[in-house]
Write a new protein. Structure first.
Length: 356
């Protein structure tokens, strides 16, 4: 098994009465791109700050390549942070901004040629070699983010820590930069911890995803594992677009559940007969067809997105359900419609919200 680049061992961070991070045990492997995913206030940025030395843990230990870093200054941890707001010095040129970490560590006094070479190498990696003489104000948002990345690269860090670095960019540029970041990670080959609230970023970029809520890890797994087998209703609802439908039901024992008057088969166990459960149905897993055990209703809303259409169905259950259609030509407002689910796409959770 690959050795860990970073380890959090029973790490807690408390601000007064507020627990930002609770009992975190997490290992990030060498060369891994690990994404911390969750809503605002879930503790993901705090986890990065604890690694970089911007914050101190209330309890627990943090290791970088096997070395305890709790008592090291930020500059001695060799962890490079990339921030959401770029944090560039406006009076310095691009080249000076990139070189700043080396100057802060007294590199310039030892070898100006080495500093220049490192700046050129980092600039080339992020494709801004032709921008080195400009001030940040003359750059686009994407170019500024590339300068921030080059400034992190120039240190030759052991670990990259990226705190929502793409959130200030427009959608099209964000897509481009996401692809660039992954390509850069593969070339550099260093462990990267990336924070985002955007599940699309997490699913498309990560080797593994850590889903957080209220400072507590909910699930760790590959994007496919988190999507296909969410460990609880929070993960199931947070990951996936459109959001998973949740419908209360009753276990029929074995692998069957009853939702309203409809009996559904699931590929997982459903608990003791008669137990209340929560059934999860992803809009993207539905088949637009009538079958013996299908969900029937009336189309009450239709959202055309270009590649597909999101249909809302009034079914008489506790709430309306949403389904994705590739072809919406036969699903007009007010018309009846029916959707079915294969057993492997019927998720069942117990009354505490945990996957059965």
């Amino acid at each position: 098994m690959a050795s860990a680049a970073v380890e959090y061992r029973s790490v807690n961070k408390v601000y007064g009465d507020f627990v930002a991070v609770h009992n975190l045990d997490l290992s990030i492997l060498q060369r891994e791109f690990l994404v911390l995913l969750g809503p605002s206030g879930c503790g993901k940025s705090t986890i990065l700050k604890l690694l970089a030395g911007i914050e101190d843990p209330t309890a627990g230990e943090i290791f970088v390549n096997g070395n305890l870093v709790n008592y090291l200054l930020p500059r001695d941890r060799n962890v490079a942070m990339v921030f959401q707001n770029y944090a560039l010095y406006p009076h310095m040129s691009v080249a000076e901004n990139i070189a700043y970490p080396l100057k802060a560590r007294k590199w310039a006094a030892r070898d100006r040629t080495s500093v220049r070479d490192k700046v050129l190498q980092a600039a080339k990696l992020v494709e801004i070699s032709d921008q080195l003489g400009k001030l940040p104000e003359a750059l686009s948002g994407g170019q500024r983010q590339r300068v921030a990345l080059a400034r992190a690269l120039v240190r030759d860090p052991e670990v990259f820590a990226m705190d929502e670095p793409l959130s200030n960019l427009d959608a099209q540029l964000r897509d481009t930069m996401r692809q660039h970041l992954i390509a850069l990670h593969r070339r550099v080959g260093k462990a990267t911890i990336y924070v985002t609230h955007d599940q699309h970023e997490a699913m498309t970029m990560a080797d593994r995803v850590v889903v957080l809520k209220d400072g507590v890890v909910q699930q760790i797994g590959t994007p496919a594992e988190v999507y296909n087998a969410p460990t609880n209703t929070f993960v199931a609802g947070f990951v996936g677009h459109p959001r998973m439908n949740f419908v209360p039901g009753i276990s029929l024992g074995g692998r069957s559940v009853r939702v309203g008057k409809l009996d559904l088969q699931s590929s997982c166990g459903t608990g003791p007969e008669g137990e209340p459960v929560m059934v999860g149905l992803r809009p993207t897993d539905a088949k637009f067809e009538a079958s013996l055990n299908c969900i029937r209703g009336t189309v009450s809303a239709s959202e055309f997105t270009g590649a597909d259409t999101i249909v809302t169905l009034s079914t008489g259950l506790s709430e309306d359900l949403r389904f994705r259609l590739i072809d919406s030509s036969s699903c007009d407002l007010g018309q009846p419609a029916a959707f079915s689910y294969a057993a492997e796409h019927v998720h069942v959770f117990d009354k505490g919200g945990q996957r059965m």
